[in-house]
Write a protein that binds this ligand. Structure first.
Ligand code: NAD
Length: 251
């Protein structure tokens, strides 16, 4: 099985790469963090590609097709948080950069993966959205809008590509433990005059399972969606969030 993961050198993407690798898949990871790319296992493919740069993505997919000749699973995972501010304070340039990586990054990956998958009449596209795309996210309007749009992209891909044996689904992670979330917790603790642990507990208690999510939880869903066990699962939005009970999700 040949698997491409965008933004796969760290965080959720890296966990996805590890999970597919553990299943015996060949994995290729793209990212913009040269240092993180240099620290990946030697048997993985690794390429310095900005997911929102069309020329770079087109060149990369041409190389992938030449080397692999097929692509079984695309995990279009690139995303940035974007500005944290009330909507009236968000600069258009910051809005556009956030939408560009989260939405156009997913579009470009699907755009260039699709012809390769169509040749094989099979494939699975897994887009990383967010619970922000389901519920909204105060002070992160461009992020929430882009993640909601990712779901619209996925639904359309599923309709267009189903007749070619290609499935498309979106995973909506909740608050995932890790570096990115530590930054959110620290900022919120400072703003609210609370401890980091109190903010952490607040997030966890906003879910039915009273828990944060790990990157591995998200990766396990990607592996399932990429496998034949999910052969009739397409067009679905699947939250991996411990069931967000509180309709004010933070990610
Ligand atoms: P992260 O901030 O840890 O970054 C992961 C990787 O993305 C990094 O290696 C970074 O270099 C790379 N990256 C950033 N911009 C890129 C670009 N333009 N092109 C290619 N690579 C790029 O992210 P994460 O927390 O692992 O999140 C991964 C995905 O999951 C994102 O789409 C994010 O929006 C989504 N998500 C994350 C959370 C969370 O709590 N962390 C929750 C819901 C959804």
């Amino acid at each position: 099985m040949k698997v491409l993961i965008t933004a796969g050198a760290s965080g959720i993407g890296r966990a996805m790469a590890e999970a597919f690798d553990a299943e015996g898949a060949d994995v290729w990871v793209t990212d913009v963090d040269k240092k993180a790319l240099a620290n990946l296992p030697a048997h993985w493919g690794a390429a310095d590609v900005d997911a929102s740069n069309e020329a770079a993505m087109a060149d990369f997919f041409a190389e992938l097709e030449a080397r692999w000749g097929r692509l079984d699973v695309l995990c279009a995972n690139a995303g940035i948080a974007g500005p944290t501010a009330p909507v009236e304070e968000i600069a258009l340039a910051d809005w556009q950069r956030c939408v560009s990586v989260n939405l156009e990054g997913a579009f470009l990956a699907a755009r260039y993966a699709t012809p390769i998958m169509k040749t094989a009449l099979s494939g699975s596209i897994v887009l990383t959205s967010s619970t922000a795309g389901q519920y909204g996210y105060p002070f992160r309007a461009p992020y929430a809008a882009a993640k909601w749009a990712v779901i619209g992209l996925m639904k359309t891909l599923a309709m267009e590509l189903g007749p070619y044996g290609i499935r498309a689904n979106a995973i909506c992670p909740g608050a995932v433990e890790g570096e990115r979330m530590e930054g959110v917790l620290a900022r919120e603790a400072l703003a609210k005059g609370m401890t980091r642990d109190a903010v952490y507990q607040g997030y966890a208690s906003g879910t039915s399972m009273r828990s944060f999510v790990t990157a591995e939880d998200v990766a396990n869903m990607a592996v399932f969606l990429g496998s034949d066990k999910a052969r009739l699962v397409s067009g679905q939005v699947i939250a991996v969030d411990g069931h967000t009970e509180n309709p004010d999700p933070k990610v």
